[in-house]
Design a protein around this ligand. Structure first.
Ligand code: C5P
Length: 304
């Protein structure tokens, strides 16, 4: 049977450890990071069609106009790259239903790119080998290979080299998106301004990896680490206040997610996460989400 329509779901990520080194000659920063995929997803549906079209649906709580369209979306680029790699024509009607905060430090764009690679590979009948999918993903963005892999993984290089790690926990997070996003390059630039003497080698993730292998939430809380938190909080001081508020309200630990401005709070159980989410909901943060991790990377959920 020829597939004519299918949906791929791709998760948001958080960085449990984000060690950042001094910029490399190519301008990227060397990273030692531990990614975790959490249960907040964008769904991407593709339909066979002669031309190329992309539509994006946002939930009510996301400000309109935050997602690039008109050919400038990372999904357009992912499709063009895959088509070029195989020498086929880019075609299809693509629809993205977003739920991952945009420009939030949760790799929502990377999730969409990974979903597009998986969906179009299937729609176009390409059977791209995994190593080629990962290489194409790395060309689209540092976080895209992880969005394919999912679970909990160590990321090195500029974040694009990923390998699964032992994670014996099921972790519960409260996710607090901000109304206005932060640009990742500007947070990295501010890191360079604040830390001109950053070491070439990023801080290793040993303590964090031990905590994951033990499955102990208190050890994990202690070991969470994000070198981009200081620049993100310096650019947005209210993030520091939010983290203090979440910890005072009972979170085991609060941390900026990636380059921010989304903040995530580690909780001891699903009930704890739901209660904290309710506590943190206020006029400045009308949408507060609870999500568990680790979850799967980009995966097919329906086809016809
Ligand atoms: O790889 P990606 O396109 O997601 O990166 C977006 C921007 O974030 C880069 O242009 C760069 O400014 C910054 N970045 C960085 N070092 C990394 C990853 C991203 O400086 N390891």
């Amino acid at each position: 049977m020829v597939t004519t329509e299918l949906t791929v779901r791709a998760p948001a990520k958080i960085n449990l450890h984000l060690g950042v080194g001094a910029p490399r000659p190519d301008g990227f920063h060397p990273l030692v990071t531990v990614y975790q995929a959490v249960g907040l997803y964008d769904d991407l549906t593709v339909r066979a069609a002669p031309g190329w079209a992309l539509g994006v649906d946002l939930p009510d709580w996301m400000p309109a106009g935050v997602v690039p369209t008109g050919g400038a979306n990372i999904v357009d680029r992912a499709a063009a790259l895959l088509a070029e790699h195989h020498g086929v024509v880019r075609s299809g009607e693509v629809h993205v239903a977003k739920a991952i905060p945009v420009a939030g430090g949760m790799a929502g764009g990377s999730a969409d790119a990974a979903a597009a690679l998986v969906a179009l590979d299937r729609l176009w009948g390409l059977h791209t080998p995994d190593d080629e999918m990962l290489a194409l993903a790395a060309q689209l963005g540092s976080d895209v290979p992880f969005a394919l892999l999912g679970g909990t993984a160590l990321g090195t290089g500029r974040g694009e080299l990923v390998e699964p790690v032992t994670d014996r926990g099921t972790w519960w997070w409260v996710v607090v998106p901000a109304e206005t996003g932060l640009s990742t390059p500007s947070v990295y630039r501010h890191f360079d301004e604040m830390f001109p003497d950053a070491p070439a080698e990023p801080v290793p993730a040993d303590a964090l990896l031990r905590a994951l292998a033990e499955g102990d939430p208190w050890a994990l809380a202690d070991a969470l680490h994000n070198d981009l938190e200081a620049p993100a909080v310096d650019l947005r001081p209210e993030l520091g206040e939010l983290i203090e508020r979440g910890e005072a309200a009972g979170a085991l630990r609060g941390i900026v997610s990636g380059s921010g401005p989304t903040c995530v709070f580690l909780c001891g159980s699903a009930d704890h996460a739901r209660a904290l989410a309710a506590d943190l909901t206020d006029p400045a943060h009308p949408v507060v989400l609870a999500a568990n991790g680790p979850v799967a990377g980009a995966h097919l959920v329906s086809y016809a």
